[in-house]
Ligand binder design. Structure first.
Ligand SMILES: NC(=O)c1ccc[n+]([C@@H]2O[C@H](COP(=O)([O-])OP(=O)(O)OC[C@H]3O[C@@H](n4cnc5c(N)ncnc54)[C@H](OP(=O)(O)O)[C@@H]3O)[C@@H](O)[C@H]2O)c1
Length: 331
């Protein structure tokens, strides 16, 4: 069975050289364990931070050890009382073609979701939950407000924007291609978009699109894009610090520009959050998201890449932006 280990810690921009393929025997099954055939693995920006040996809310990956992340597996053999052959489960899976895990470490996917199990890694999984709690609990959108989302055509951003629209907000998405801009305005009914690669002066574009200024900024990227949005904030605005992907490959963070006067003048509230803080409310949020999906109030898009061998390349696409919606690998 193939697995992928972290061969070395990246310095600066991550590249495929940090991943190494190895072979391993499948261990024998113990009581309460299941043998899984890995079906899908999720690639996520936070995994880049786990490659650094730095303090965070989650432990770093260890060099020479297997990488792990969100995944879906099919039970091939079970010695756990609640799981049987053929069940689909989601959880944190090692980047391996097969895995032996404790049955309590994974969550069974209900049979009525077997047709689209990947939603448990996307809109019904941690990315959808991140959008839900970041927007509703931290952004607290009110009808008529203007909301800006960065990485808006990504897994979290696309759901966050649709939730704000559901609450009656005008949603502006910042994204990195015309295809993404068309998707946001066409399929997801965003009010407006800014393709930052075509129109790098985001501050000017925002002044044109929303002279009434920005009430909520849902920040997925940080860096220059966020600085530009900060200049357009409204009084009593909220900034949801969800992610900072534009900074994840930097060895050293830049110290400027210092925009705190903007937050002071406009009485802005900035808050970072980690989705796991809301774990006690995941079930209710998943139910809300599932109903919105079923009613067609929100849509989701997946980019699925085939083949375990393509996992490293898929991971790099998070940084090149070469995909729309939730990025997954089918094993
Ligand atoms: N707080 C939490 O608990 C939590 C949980 C999950 C995710 N997150 C964060 O949420 C953010 C989005 O995650 P996701 O899984 O939904 O990823 P994603 O948005 O599906 O993929 C990342 C996107 O970021 C954009 N991007 C990459 N490098 C960039 C750069 N240098 N400057 C500007 N944009 C860049 C690209 O889109 P464009 O083509 O549009 O540039 C890319 O498609 C990440 O920052 C992640 O760390 C936070």
């Amino acid at each position: 069975m193939k697995k992928i280990i972290l061969k070395s810690r990246p310095s600066g921009e991550v590249n495929a050289g940090v991943f190494q393929f190895c072979d391993e025997e499948v261990p024998a099954l113990q009581k309460n364990q299941v043998l899984l055939q890995t079906r899908y693995l999720s690639v996520d920006p936070y995994m880049r931070n786990r490659m650094n040996n730095a303090e965070s809310y989650i432990a770093p990956f260890m060099v020479d050890e297997v990488i792990s992340g969100g995944g879906i597996g099919e039970v091939l053999e079970s010695r756990h009382k609640d799981l049987s052959k053929g069940d689909l489960v989601s959880g944190t899976l090692p980047w391996q073609e097969m895995a032996v895990l404790g049955g309590d470490q994974v969550t069974k996917i209900p049979e009525h979701h077997h047709e689209m199990p990947t939603r448990y890694l996307g809109v019904l999984g941690l990315t959808g939950l991140t959008a839900y709690f970041g927007m509703l609990d931290i952004g607290r959108p009110k009808a008529g407000e203007t909301v800006v989302i960065s990485a808006a055509a990504g897994a979290v951003g696309s759901v966050a924007g649709q939730i704000a629209a559901l609450k009656g907000c005008r949603v502006i998405g910042i994204c990195g291609s015309e295809e993404k801009a068309m998707y946001l305005r066409g399929e997801l009914k965003f009010y407006a978009t800014i393709n930052y690669k075509q129109f790098p002066n985001i501050r000017k574009e925002l002044r044109k699109i929303c002279p009434e200024k920005v009430d909520i900024y849902f920040d997925n990227v940080g860096g220059d894009i966020s600085d530009a949005v900060f200049y357009q904030l409204n009084n009593f605005s909220r900034v949801v610090i969800c992610g900072q992907i534009a900074l994840y490959n930097l060895n050293r963070l830049s110290m400027g520009p210092r925009l705190f006067p903007q937050f002071l003048i406009h009485r802005t509230k900035l808050q970072g959050f980690i989705v796991h803080d809301f774990a006690a409310r995941f079930a209710q949020a998943q139910q809300d998201l599932a109903v919105w999906l079923a009613d067609g109030k929100i849509n989701d898009r997946e980019t699925i890449i085939d083949g375990f061998d393509n996992l490293p390349g898929a991971f790099l696409k998070l940084f090149s932006g070469d995909k729309i919606g939730k990025l997954l690998v089918r094993v």
